[in-house]
Design a protein around this ligand. Sequence first.
Ligand code: URA
Length: 435
Amino acid sequence: MRMYDLIIKKRNGETLSEEEIKYMIAEYTADRIPDYQMSAMMMAIYFQGMSAEETVALTMAMAHSGEMLDLSAISGIKVDKHSTGGVGDKTSIALTPMVAACGVKIAKMSGRGLGHTGGTIDKLESFEGFTTGISTEHFMKQVNEIGVSIMGQTMNIAPADKKLYALRDVTATVDNMSLIASSIMSKKLAAGADAIVLDVKTGSGAFMKKEEDAFALAKEMVTLGNMAGRHTIAVVSDMDQPLGYAVGNALEVEEAIATLRGEGPEDFTKLCMTLGTYMLIAGGVADNEDIAGRMLSDVIKNGSALRKLADFVAAQGGNAKAVYDTSLLPKASITEEILSEKAGYVKKIDCDEIGICSLILGGGRETKESVIDLSVGMILHKKVGDFVQTGESLATVYANDRDKLEVAKERFLKAYHFDERQPEKLPFIKGVIRQ
Ligand code: URA
């Protein structure tokens, strides 16, 4: 087999066989196919697309390119959760203890973030001493004992995807549905859970700006997961404005804690309840949505979800006292209000722009080497549909550098759009895909 022939085949719109895809991925992972040939192939796929069979073959080949984690030492059904990402997405921090408090085992691998704010791991490091650099033995034992653990993706999980994703990132070939679906699902399949609940975001702060694209991606990933024998469900949710009110690592942790106390923002609470419901059903502890919803409400009301977060933080070396006393989380030295220069109903918020403001303040990474400032970010006071008077505060900014604060403020103000009429409230959960 020659890569050159496979490139011609795909360029001409033909279908690659499973053997050809396996060959291409194995050889590329082993550095026997150069980046320039793989770039040509990615571009050919970008224009010609992939059939359902090709996408399955690509996903499985990438999943098997490294270690396939064996979680059988953990008793019961293991459920994983994945979000396609967005601004203010602190879901795993509240959701995983909620679900674990209901008796479902969460053995999750997470990454650090590149972009707006940190990833789940960065956010969790707001608890002093918290580490995800734990051994597989520690990970398994912790899940068996307290029902939840999150470890860093330090293992050799889907190395083909790691290489290919870096290549796609610099060759303008990221946004192809089959390539995104196979990239995400190869990592999820290799991470070993029995069931996977996906949170596919749509809107101005999401990968998938258009709702129809988010649904298509959700369907594709659900099909891939189920074909691979993992019970997979996807929820399509709104990311046309930041999730909740907090954007920034420690600020988001504080909002997740408030949510576990039953004092969370409406949209974020709704998301945790919806994803949690499907995780409880997939985990076999609830038969239907009503029962699952009641169980999740109970663990918030009786404090067991909050205690689970404290147990989880302590088990991974973090200062669990901060769960009950959030003044122990990292704090910024400057706090300032952003006052509205206009009056009217908030019609639209450029969600990506809010993320960039957090990045400017130092809350995200521009490069893999950047060091994140966990304390900075903003708390929004106004979201779409709210009425604002001129001079009223749109948000409180938390910063450690006055110059960065000024740049972020200016950009923040431009991200808000107003109208005289109150905009129609659109549903936050757009739909659920399951087979
Ligand atoms: N996230 C991934 O892991 N892969 C993609 O291709 C896009 C988003």
